[in-house]
Design a protein around this ligand. Structure first.
Ligand code: G3P
Length: 215
């Protein structure tokens, strides 16, 4: 079954989604944490307390040695932490070392199947292709998902495809049809997935008709 992660650092959104019983994990990045206006450590503590599933926390160093040190520190915070490493050659060096130590790595800022192949070979547990940003520049993001899912499937690689930069519910449906392991969605996309105007109309009719039933 496709796993659903929430792509946010907003605790109210995470609490609400978790209460629906559909949340498998959370992904964060510096941009999402900055949006909250809260201290990083407070945000992370709250997320770890709320969700018992993979929580991606991103390193902010760019040199492999520093990424490795930062990654080790993040991984020590909690068993659910997944260290998010940028898809660069320095990132690949860090992925290799951290994954050998048993630390799960999510490779972020993946925009091509070639990058996904290298990240998986280096030992990443997850690759995160950013499909919305590809769509934004006129390239079909979902085509990259199609390629990565096929390639990983060909070799039975133990690296999960985590579809990121998801902008609308159709992205989720397409990703799931292709067999992607995970989609990480903003809360507004999750809400759109749950709703349908015909559900609202149907519910209103049921409730109106219930008023007509003699009691
Ligand atoms: O998961 C990555 C995501 O946060 C990036 O999304 O909408 O900024 O491209 P976006």
């Amino acid at each position: 079954m496709v796993q659903i992660f929430l792509d946010t650092a907003n605790i109210d959104e995470i609490r609400e989604a978790a209460s629906w019983g559909v949340l498998d994990g959370v992904t964060t990045n510096p941009t999402l944490v900055a949006k909250t206006g809260r201290k990083w450590a407070d945000v992370v503590q709250d997320i770890l307390a709320l969700v018992d599933g993979p929580i991606s926390l991103e390193v902010t160093s760019t040199q492999a040695d520093e990424m490795i040190k930062e990654g080790r520190k993040l991984a020590k915070l909690h068993k659910n932490v997944v260290v998010k490493i940028q898809m660069t050659t320095e990132g690949l060096k860090a992925i290799k070392v951290l994954s050998k130590e048993g630390i799960r790595v999510n490779t972020t800022l993946v925009f091509s199947a070639n990058q996904a192949i290298l990240a998986a070979k280096a030992g990443a547990k997850y690759v995160s292709p950013f499909i919305g940003r590809l769509d934004d520049q006129g390239q079909e993001g979902m085509q990259v998902i199609r390629e990565i899912v096929t390639i990983f499937g060909n070799y039975d690689w133990d690296c999960e495809v985590l579809v990121a930069s998801v902008r609308h519910p159709l992205h989720v449906i397409e990703a799931a049809k292709l067999g992607a392991d995970i989609v990480t969605v903003p809360f507004d996309v999750l809400k759109k997935m749950a709703g349908h105007t015909l559900t609202d109309v149907g519910l209103k009719r049921f409730l109106d008709d219930w008023q007509k039933v003699p009691k």
